[in-house]
Write a protein that binds this ligand. Structure first.
Ligand SMILES: CC(C)(COP(=O)(O)OP(=O)(O)OC[C@H]1O[C@@H](n2cnc3c(N)ncnc32)[C@H](O)[C@@H]1OP(=O)(O)O)[C@@H](O)C(=O)NCCC(=O)NCCS
Length: 180
């Protein structure tokens, strides 16, 4: 199958216990290992649900989702003021419902082809108009090396803190209400 056809043949699949993994390498051992060794167990324990974008030959990308919230405790005051401005005073709270993108990775052979962006747009639209629960924000603990990708996809920083030593991350959020 040619590369164009591989892209056109992509479909999205929810991981389950019977799923047989196809080839996947995103260039990051932790993210590879999570998919191949941990994702099914996370799913069994209802800690995260993983979705695969695949074609006949490869897993093109995967992402994992879990319920989350953004909260005043984790945010800088100025960011929280900005968040509250989006709601009338009667709806001001100390937290708002969110979904965390626990993991997102694109197979090395498909990186730089806007697949990550297609996944982000899919998630934004899913939670904007087809979610079964209220979810006003997407969140991600973005690896420092990937924050540029999330910035390009409209994510902002919730606070100034860098978490984690071996794998520094930044907590970022996307406001789903800003989509038209
Ligand atoms: C980061 C990742 C998900 C991006 O997916 P992708 O399909 O390669 O990205 P896209 O092609 O949609 O890129 C969209 C834009 O973000 C930019 N971008 C992509 N990865 C970037 C990175 N790591 N840092 C800065 N900018 C990045 C691209 O240059 C592109 O910019 P443009 O629109 O101006 O051309 C993917 O490269 C990946 O899986 N990397 C390894 C694992 C990883 O770091 N995952 C993130 C965990 S938080």
């Amino acid at each position: 199958m040619g590369f164009e056809q591989k892209i056109q043949a992509m479909r999205i699949v929810r991981l389950d216990d019977e799923y047989h993994f196809k080839h996947f390498d995103c260039g990051d051992n932790d993210l590879n290992e999570f998919l191949l060794k941990d994702a099914k167990d996370y799913q069994r324990r209802l800690l995260a649900v993983t979705y695969l974008i695949e074609n006949e030959d490869d897993i093109v990308a995967y992402f994992s989702l879990a319920n989350d919230k953004i909260s005043l405790n984790e945010s800088t005051k100025s960011v929280w003021r900005k968040i509250k401005r989006n709601f009338p005073r009667s709806k001001h709270r100390r937290d708002y419902p969110a979904v965390k993108i626990g993991r997102l990775a694109v197979n090395k052979s498909y990186q730089g082809l806007q697949i990550g962006t297609i996944v982000m747009n899919y998630l934004k639209n899913l939670f904007k108009s087809r979610s079964r629960t209220g979810c006003a924000y997407l969140t991600v603990d973005a690896l420092s090396k990937a924050v540029g990708f999330y910035e390009k996809n409209g994510f902002d920083y919730l606070c100034d803190k860098v978490s984690g030593q071996d794998y520094p991350t930044r907590l970022m959020y996307f406001d789903i209400n800003r989509l038209k």
